[in-house]
Design a protein around this ligand. Structure first.
Ligand SMILES: NC(=O)c1ccc[n+]([C@@H]2O[C@H](COP(=O)([O-])OP(=O)(O)OC[C@H]3O[C@@H](n4cnc5c(N)ncnc54)[C@H](O)[C@@H]3O)[C@@H](O)[C@H]2O)c1
Ligand SMILES: [Zn+2]
Ligand SMILES: [Zn+2]
Length: 378
């Protein structure tokens, strides 16, 4: 079938993207779903900083490629052997696909399954297939097995979690990355308990989701840290008890003073080394610094090794909120439906395919949280 899509043809183009147009809106050919694959119509797809990092060439990818990895839609066709889904079902799409066979899958950690890392690096689906082509026949790569900045997508069945039809798809889309990553860092990776204290460094779509999950988990003190005063003001409205402006030398000192030597749990959701350094500096003796931010692939973090040992500190990564999609998406949607995780507030407006490059200018400026692409809206 033919459809409209935003095709990323070059990485690392200068800003403004509204002028340089790293993504071109093109008609492309999408092949029908193969065995184990599903065709979905994209209702909504969020603009995540990881997409911006791909546009900026922080992570080289095979080109041309269709990016977009946070979304929700409607099942339109099933490939051979697909079970548990029917045409017309509403689904959230996540980039976590897994082989089900390796030791990580066996231990309930599908988010770090090696097979899906390989497929992502090659620009294929987990099945090894590529289903996208330009009209002149040139193959177009898949991004994270999803490629949601398009009217339709063919994805693996296990990239999809079925959801109830009364959940607005524009809200459901956020659960595909921002909410799963931020809330998952708090609930799964950190396993935050009622009464505990936490700091979140970096208050974008991911960090604000972490903040809301900390409120839902019953944290008594939630410290919000960002370089933007506007984000701090929002964080306070949404449950942060203390706010600190980052980007100057005294920030870590101020947080350590306010918390009698730092916090047991600090989540970094900014995606930069200065942010991780700050997160580490405000972690208490015996505490954990959990990083969910994704900087340039070559970026390195230095820490005082002797103090890591003598203070029994830990530094952990958190990838897609340490999720098991079919376990966690219904759980988080339940929190949202009961008003305990009001992530619909993360939406900063809607864009069409034609406006997507400008959308990434705004994300890069830091003036928005989650903009939602509606590729099929009239
Ligand atoms: N671990 C994962 O699975 C996963 C999933 C999604 C996104 N990410 C990554 O998470 C990060 C955040 O994504 P997002 O979409 O929320 O981004 P965003 O651009 O919406 O938000 C980033 C926030 O960090 C703040 N910030 C920047 N530098 C800072 C500093 N030095 N100190 C404090 N705050 C600082 C910015 O002001 C902004 O509010 C990105 O690096 C993204 O690639 C990781
Ligand atoms: Zn993302
Ligand atoms: Zn596996």
């Amino acid at each position: 079938m033919r459809m409209k899509a935003a095709v990323l043809h070059a990485q690392g183009l200068p800003r403004p993207y509204a002028r340089t147009q790293p993504m071109r809106i093109e008609e492309v050919e999408l092949a029908p779903p193969g065995p184990g694959e599903v065709l979905i119509e994209i209702a909504a797809a969020g603009l995540c900083h990881s997409d911006l990092s791909t546009i900026e060439n922080q992570r080289p990818r095979p080109l041309p490629i269709i990016i977009g990895h946070e979304g929700a839609g409607i099942v339109r066709a099933l490939g051979e052997g697909v079970t548990g889904l029917r045409e017309g079902d509403h689904v959230v799409a996540l980039f976590v696909t897994s082989c089900g066979e390796c030791r990580h899958c066996a231990r309930g950690r599908p988010n770090i399954c090696g097979a899906s890392f390989d497929a992502r690096a090659k620009g294929t689906l987990m099945s090894g297939a590529r289903r996208l082509k330009r009209l002149d026949g040139e193959v177009v790569n898949h991004n994270s097995g999803l490629s949601l900045f398009a009217q339709f997508a063919v994805v693996m069945r296990d990239s999809l979690v079925k959801i109830e039809k009364d959940i607005p798809l524009e809200d459901a889309a956020l659960f595909g990355c921002a909410v799963m990553t931020g809330a998952g860092a708090i609930l799964n990776t950190a396993r935050l308990r009622p009464g505990e204290e936490v700091a979140v460094v970096g208050l974008g779509g991911v960090g604000m989701s972490a903040l809301m999950a900390a409120v839902a988990a019953g944290a008594t003190r939630i410290i919000a840290v960002d370089t933007s005063q506007a984000k701090l003001d929002l964080a306070r409205e949404w449950g942060a008890t203390d706010c600190f402006l980052a980007g100057h030398a005294d920030c870590a000192v101020a947080v350590r003073e306010a918390t009698a030597g730092g916090l047991d749990t600090v989540i970094e959701t900014a995606g930069s080394i200065p942010a991780l350094e700050l997160a580490y500096a405000i972690t208490a003796r015996g505490g954990s610094t959990i990083s969910a931010g994704l900087p340039n692939v070559a970026a390195k973090f230095a820490y005082p090794h002797a103090a890591l040992v003598s203070e029994e500190r830990s530094i952990r990564g958190s990838y897609m909120g340490s999720c098991v999609p079919r376990r966690d998406i219904p759980l988080l949607l339940g929190l949202y439906q009961s008003g305990k995780l009001p992530v619909d507030r993360l939406k900063s407006g809607f864009v069409s395919l034609e406006q997507i490059n400008e959308g990434f200018d705004r994300l890069s400026d830091g003036t928005v949280l989650r903009q939602i692409l509606r590729p099929n809206a009239a």
